[in-house]
Ligand binder design. Structure first.
Ligand SMILES: Nc1ncnc2c1ncn2[C@@H]1O[C@H](COP(=O)(O)OP(=O)(O)OP(=O)(O)O)[C@@H](O)[C@H]1O
Ligand SMILES: [Mg+2]
Length: 451
């Protein structure tokens, strides 16, 4: 008996310790079973308390009267499926007549408290069926990407969503994207994750990093072209526009529309071309984009106009030629001059890390999801990497990328260095790969002694 009590105590202490220090392990060992039982046992009363029940139908009332049975109670949505996941539970509900998906969405916060879970979100799967995703703990506190991910071509699992699902950057669905955020908010780490994710794919990476290349040049071995100042960036973007024209000429040459070619085989973009002819897709990563749009004299103004025009052309025409833009910056609004709002309108994917003011958040979401603006301003400063992302349904979600260090990204890029293709138009911009000069640990010249 004593042994049994000691064992029980040990299990309870282990569970509490895991819950405190390793919530992900706690969830997998104890949490998932306890939460599933809690949801199943409390389901009817919680739904009733949250106003998610409907009165019994007339025929049930009539049947009860005819058979002299007690009057049936209100009915909650049917549980179609309860699926445990690595981070929570997924409940699929069949709605009763008279209910709609908005009723469930409006009750998410109440359900979260009632089932004692960390987060609850809902979405409509099809008419009458709603999926409620519940997370058992704060999955964004310490991001661990699941080992099993859906890795398709040009689709990078870049971050984890608040509901435990993986957030993908899918270049074929959303060709161009804008990532905004105040300084130290996690933009470069997000971009680094993208580079690390794309490194193993057959894709050319082109980088423009006007911070003297501190973020992208360490990853140079996997890049086909790099620019670390606005002058080189202007030439590089012109070369990309020339590459785009070459690709369109190739598609035109291969298009041969005759009566016997089926509709699906007429090439309109690089993905319709046969694999042996298809040009390699190009992802252009721009860090600190505002640097490209600032100028101090007439010469620089001309260069700026050239850069913005080239970017706007790539954004408008690049998709079918397999050129995708990934633009990062602290702000990207009309105060940067003409052409910026036109360029921004072409950047479909929007992600905002922590921003300091509403107008910066508006640059990302003002025109697509106004309630995401508020969410972006509320991101706390002590959680870098948390971001709000607009999704294809017009909604938005909180995400966080895993903390990939520069060292890890460099190792990944070096491992896949052989995959960096040489594009003829971009050869002059191929980074020189000499062994980097070691940085001395202490200043070479000692500072003059102060009195
Ligand atoms: N996803 C993340 N998880 C944990 N920590 C992160 C994450 N993203 C960023 N950080 C932390 O925040 C710091 C700043 O990140 P980062 O350099 O990406 O910011 P930034 O927005 O690019 O800043 P700047 O505008 O100054 O370049 C990083 O050194 C890292 O310690
Ligand atoms: Mg940065």
């Amino acid at each position: 008996m004593l042994w049994l009590s000691v064992l029980g105590l040990l299990v309870v202490v282990t569970a509490l310790m895991l819950r405190w220090r390793r919530p992900a392990w706690y969830w997998l060992t104890f949490g998932v079973t306890l939460a599933a039982l809690r949801v199943l046992f409390r389901y009817a009363s919680v739904m009733d308390a949250c106003g998610l029940t409907v009165p019994p139908t007339r025929w049930r009332l009539a049947l009860a009267r005819a058979t002299n049975r007690p009057v049936p109670g209100p009915r909650a949505p049917r549980i179609l499926r309860l699926r445990p996941t690595r981070t929570g539970l997924v409940l699929r509900l069949g709605l009763r007549p008279g209910q709609d998906a908005f009723d469930v969405a409006a009750s998410c916060d109440r359900l979260r408290h009632s089932f004692a879970l960390y987060g609850v979100t809902s979405r409509e799967l099809r008419s009458g069926v709603v999926e409620v995703r519940m997370t058992g703990y704060d999955v964004l506190k310490r991001v661990q990407m699941p080992a099993k991910r859906d890795t398709r071509r040009m689709r990078v699992p870049v971050a984890l969503r608040e509901d435990g699902a993986v957030h993908y950057r899918d270049y074929r669905a959303v060709p161009h994207a804008l990532t905004l955020g105040a300084t130290e908010s996690g933009k470069s780490v997000y971009q680094r994750n993208l580079v690390a994710g794309l490194a193993s794919q057959h894709v050319a990476l082109v980088g423009i990093d006007c911070k003297q290349g501190v973020e992208l040049f360490p990853l140079a071995r996997r890049f086909s072209a790099l620019a670390d100042n606005p002058d080189t960036a202007a030439e590089l973007l012109d070369a990309l526009v020339a590459h785009m024209q070459d690709v369109y000429r190739l598609i035109r040459a291969e298009q041969r529309i005759t009566a016997d070619v089926p509709d699906a085989e007429i090439a309109a973009d690089i993905w319709d071309l046969p694999a042996d002819l298809r040009p390699v897709p190009v992802v252009v990563l721009v860090d600190e984009v505002a640097e490209l749009a600032l100028f101090a004299n007439r010469e620089e103004e001309k260069r700026r106009d050239r850069i913005i025009t080239a970017l706007a052309r790539l954004a408008q025409l690049g998709r079918a030629a397999g050129i995708y833009l990934e633009i990062c910056g602290q702000r990207f609004g009309s105060e940067l001059g003409k052409g910026i709002t036109m360029l921004r309108a072409q950047l479909t994917g929007r992600t905002a890390h922590r921003v300091n003011d509403e107008s910066s958040a508006n640059m990302a979401f003002g025109d697509i999801a106004p309630d995401a603006v508020l969410a972006a301003i509320q991101i706390p400063a002590d959680l870098p990497g948390i971001a709000i992302t607009g999704d294809s349904t017009g909604g938005w979600a909180r995400i966080r990328a895993p903390h990939t260090s520069l060292r890890q990204a460099v190792n990944t890029c070096n491992r896949y260095a052989d995959l960096a293709p040489d594009l003829p138009a971009l050869v002059p911009f191929r980074p020189a790969l000499g062994s980097p000069r070691p940085i001395p640990a202490t200043p070479v010249e000692s500072a003059p002694a102060t009195a």
